[in-house]
Every structure is written in structure tokens, then in C-alpha cells.
Ligand binder design. Structure first.
Ligand code: PLP
Length: 510
């Protein structure tokens, strides 16, 4: 095949793959949502692709097949393609020699002889899919053994090996022990990675387990971290009461004040911890601006994306290095499972996190991974409804005589409204407000609702109400992160909105 610019190009692939043309070059990519390597044989000329390019793939008849985003481009001699690269292509070869022979044969059939010094362009690309498509398909190919269309719960601690050290292939990378890897967990990890736009996902027994693993993977005694001055109480407690004893220091800063953040970096700062919007004050941080400042100093940026979820905000695309989740919340979405996740794009970070995930062992079990994945599949429609309902609740609260102030990034008067408008597609469904009359009046409101359940946590389909000062954020009492005593936090669910409004009106009566 000859391309428009005279280059000869060949796609590589196996049956079931999408063969298509990228900037005139024929590529092959599996019908999966994860990153794949495509190889292109060329006669001359520089690669026309550059990372970040989004390209529509068409088939030989010119019909649109998919959109891909180019991740990485490398030119190398055919003989220099390493097993790591060949394997990344995902073609199912089990040895480098087979890979070379397979491709030489297939190219020869198409009229091209490939010598050892023939130049090959290696293009890594990621299929660009809509968020809801990723939620339902990424990492969730029908089960290889049975064809089951939902990911099975692989309730096993260990796996038969074909010979000493020879692991089965076909369900992924091979499994030997479920702390190290489990196919149900792999499905969830791949799905979350794809939704966040990263190449590597890791899931854990809880959001706090994810935080602990991240911190111990990246930091050592003497290192310093900047954390939000209204961080989730459990995050603050982890740094203040646990990590401090291991010599990791932290400074709380107002992340929506770039000057304050810039002044707080020290030469030992290794990590900038961002939460946006924050729990429970709904402060918004400008991820891109913060990442620029941090990266200038060689500081890694983690964003806790629990409140927004990838349905509304994708921190990696804004420059963050790590995305963190309490999957307990919106991702799982039904208040029936506790879990956490980390997503990164960088291979080096992924190696460290993968090592620590296994070495520390705070993994989620297969049933928890299954429940979380089942929730994730409906994230998009749930978030739409959550946001609709939250906006209606905010309309009620802003005009209510018993409400002092309403904290919601969607309000034009909110300090972070413009930034949130730039980096979020909608403003989420967490709403906080202060009640006139102080802590007792706020506690009374919390005890009067009938549909909004008085409970900790958030992000489930049912509406919840709580008093952070005495509940979720009791651990920051007396600290710089203390929250107002009359602050009420709502997690607005997806019930019929008129019922929610009636419930709040009733609770807010004089
Ligand atoms: C923003 C945020 N991050 C992290 C966590 C910790 O997650 P988990 O409770 O799953 O350990 C929470 C829990 O409420 C949270 O709200």
C-alpha cells in the first residue's frame, strides 16, 4: 500500500482488530479502549504524527472507524524492536522471534520485504471514546473463557501455572496470586485508567489505602507535602497523625491562592496534594496553574478527583501526575462498597505504584471490584441526574431565609466559579451551606429531613445530609482545617427532585 506522501505503510494485526489509516498510514488497533502500539513500515520520510494529534481512522473504503489520539512516536530499525515494544503491540505473540517472523511473513504477502535495517515507525495511540462508552467497555471485553458479557468475579487467591514460572496467557498479562493481580480487579483498573485518560490504574481496599500507598511509594522521611487547608479530614489526619511520625512533613495552604502556594514550596517539597472541589467547603483549585508551578520545581501533583469524577473533570489532561479516588463515592455510586483508586499515565510512576500496591497489599477483593465496576458503568447518567438535582437544591437554598451562605461552584458568586467552569463540565452534586442560628440550628435541620439520610459518606444514589464539624470532619477540630460549626453538607442524590425539595423545605422551617 502506498500513502499519499509516497510512503509505504502496513498495519499489523490479528483478526478482530480494526484496520485503519492514520494520517494516510495503515494502522491496526484492537477494538479496545486501552493504549496499543501500532507499527508502520516506511520507506522514507519523517513520521507525520506527533503526540497529542487526534486523528480519525477510516477503513479502506473511507468509512469512519474510530478516533485515536497519538501518544508516542518512535523511529527504529526493524531489528531493534525490543520485546518490550513488540509485546506492547498486544498482538498475542509470545516471543520476539515469533513477532519478527509473523510480521515479515505478513508484510511479504503484501509485497514488501523487510530487512533488519528497514526503518519502522512505532506509533502508540489510544482510541478516543466517549466517557460513557469507556465506562461500559474499557477493560471489559467479554470474558475470554466463557464469553460472559459482564466481568466475572474471579474469587480465587491463586492460579494454576502451566510449568514452573510459566503463567497462563489469554486473560491479560498472566496471574499468579490475587494480591499481585486478579482479573476482576484488572477490569476495574483498566476502566478507571481509560476514563481518567491515563494508561495505568491501581485499585485499593479504600480511598485511604490508596492515599497511604501513594504517599509511601513517592515520599521518604524528610520530605515535605503541600496539602489543601480544607482537605478531606481523613487526608489531613493521615498526614498529621500518621505520616508526621514517619518524618513526612506537611503544610496546609489555600490552594485557590496561587501566591500562598508558591510561597509555601520548600526545597524538600516533593508532592502537591490537590483536592478540587474540596470536601466539605467546595473550594476549587486551578489544576493547570498549580501543576505548572509544581512541575517548575520538580514536584509531583496528585489530584483527589472524588467529588468531580472523570465524568466531570479529568485532572491528567490538566497537567496532574496522579489522580486519586475514593471509589466508595460516585464511582461505585450505590453506597454498598468501600474502595480507592490511583491513575497515572507515566510508566515510571506506574512501576512504583504497582510495586507498592503488591508489596503493601491493601488491595480490594474481586467482589468489591465487581460492585465498583458495576457502579462505574452508569456513572454518566447518574452524574447528569445528580447535577440536575443539585442545581435545583441550590436554587432553593440561595433564597431561603434560614440559610446564611451556600457553597457551590456553580454559583456565579463562588470564588472558584470561573476556574470550575473551565476545568469541569458541570459543577457536581455536593452542596454545603451554613444555617442561621449556629451549630444547634444546623443540627436540628440535619435531624428533621426524612429523605436526606443523616449519614457520613457521599456520592450514592440516595441523598445524604451531615454536619461535618461533628461528623466527617471531627478529626480536624481545633486544627487549621476546622470547618464552621453551622456548616451542613448535602450529597444530593438522584431521587425525584420535587420530593427532595419538599424534604429540605420541611427541615428548614422555623
Ligand atoms: C475527598 C475524599 N478523599 C478521600 C476519601 C477517603 O476515602 P475512603 O473513605 O474510601 O477511604 C474520602 C472519604 O470520604 C473523601 O471524601
Amino acid at each position: 500500500m502506498t500513502t499519499a506522501d509516497g510512503r509505504r505503510a502496513l498495519g499489523l494485526g490479528t483478526p478482530g482488530e480494526t484496520r485503519a489509516r492514520l494520517n494516510g498510514l495503515v494502522l491496526a488497533g484492537r477494538k479496545r479502549a486501552t493504549t496499543r502500539l501500532a507499527s508502520v513500515y516506511r520507506d522514507h520520510g519523517e513520521p507525520v504524527e506527533t503526540p497529542g494529534d487526534q486523528v480519525v481512522l477510516v477503513d479502506d473504503d473511507g468509512a469512519r472507524v474510530a478516533t485515536v489520539e497519538v501518544q508516542r512516536v518512535e523511529v527504529t530499525r526493524f531489528a531493534d524492536v525490543s520485546w518490550e515494544l513488540a509485546d506492547a503491540e498486544g498482538d498475542g505473540f509470545t516471543a520476539l522471534e515469533d513477532w519478527r517472523r509473523g510480521h515479515r511473513d505478513s508484510w511479504r504477502e503484501q509485497g514488501f520485504d523487510v530487512a533488519d535495517d528497514t526503518e519502522v515507525v512505532l506509533v502508540w495511540f489510544r482510541l478516543v471514546r466517549g466517557q460513557q462508552t469507556l465506562a461500559i467497555h474499557a477493560g471489559q471485553d467479554p470474558d475470554a473463557a466463557t464469553g460472559a458479557v459482564t466481568v466475572p468475579i474471579y474469587a480465587t487467591s491463586t492460579y494454576a501455572q502451566d510449568a514452573v514460572g510459566v503463567l497462563r496467557t489469554g486473560l491479560g498479562t498472566g496471574y499468579d496470586y490475587s494480591r499481585s493481580g486478579n482479573p476482576t480487579r484488572t477490569a476495574l483498573q483498566e476502566c478507571l485508567a481509560a476514563m481518567e485518560g491515563g494508561r495505568h490504574g491501581f485499585t485499593f481496599a479504600s480511598g485511604m489505602a490508596a492515599e497511604d500507598t501513594l504517599i509511601r511509594a513517592l515520599l521518604r522521611p524528610g520530605d515535605h507535602v503541600l496539602i489543601p487547608d480544607d482537605a478531606y479530614g481523613g487526608t489531613y489526619r493521615l498526614f498529621d497523625a500518621v505520616m508526621a511520625r514517619w518524618g513526612v512533613r506537611h503544610t496546609p495552604v489555600a490552594l485557590d491562592d496561587l501566591g500562598q502556594v508558591t510561597a509555601a514550596f520548600t526545597d524538600r517539597t516533593r508532592l502537591l496534594w490537590v483536592e478540587t472541589p474540596t470536601n466539605p467547603l467546595l473550594t476549587v483549585a486551578d489544576v493547570r496553574a498549580l501543576a505548572d508551578e509544581a512541575h517548575r520545581r520538580g514536584v509531583t501533583v496528585v489530584v483527589d478527583n472524588t467529588f468531580a469524577t472523570p465524568a466531570l473533570q479529568r485532572p491528567l489532561s490538566l497537567g496532574a501526575d496522579v489522580v486519586l479516588h475514593s471509589t466508595t463515592k460516585y464511582l461505585a455510586g450505590h453506597s454498598d462498597v468501600v474502595g480507592g483508586a490511583l491513575v497515572v499515565d507515566d510508566d515510571g510512576l506506574a512501576d512504583r505504584l504497582g510495586f507498592h500496591q503488591n508489596a503493601m497489599g491493601a488491595v480490594n477483593g474481586p467482589f468489591d471490584a465487581f460492585l465498583t465496576l458495576r457502579g462505574v458503568r452508569t456513572l454518566g447518567v447518574r452524574m447528569d441526574r445528580h447535577c440536575d438535582n443539585a442545581e435545583a437544591v441550590v436554587d432553593l437554598l440561595v433564597d431561603h431565609p434560614r440559610v446564611d451562605s451556600v457553597l457551590y461552584p456553580g454559583l456565579p458568586g463562588h470564588r472558584g466559579h470561573d476556574v470550575a467552569g473551565r476545568q469541569m463540565s458541570r459543577f457536581g452534586a455536593m452542596v454545603s451551606f451554613t444555617v442561621r442560628g449556629g451549630a444547634d440550628a444546623a443540627a436540628t435541620v440535619c435531624s428533621r429531613t426524612r429523605l436526606f439520610t443523616l449519614a457520613e459518606s457521599l456520592g450514592g444514589v440516595e441523598s445524604l445530609i451531615e454536619l461535618p464539624g461533628q461528623m466527617t470532619h471531627a478529626s480536624v477540630h481545633g486544627s487549621p482545617l476546622e470547618v464552621p460549626a453551622n456548616l451542613v453538607r448535602l450529597s444530593v442524590g438522584i431521587e425525584t427532585i420535587t420530593d427532595l425539595i419538599d424534604d429540605l423545605r420541611w427541615a428548614l422551617r422555623e
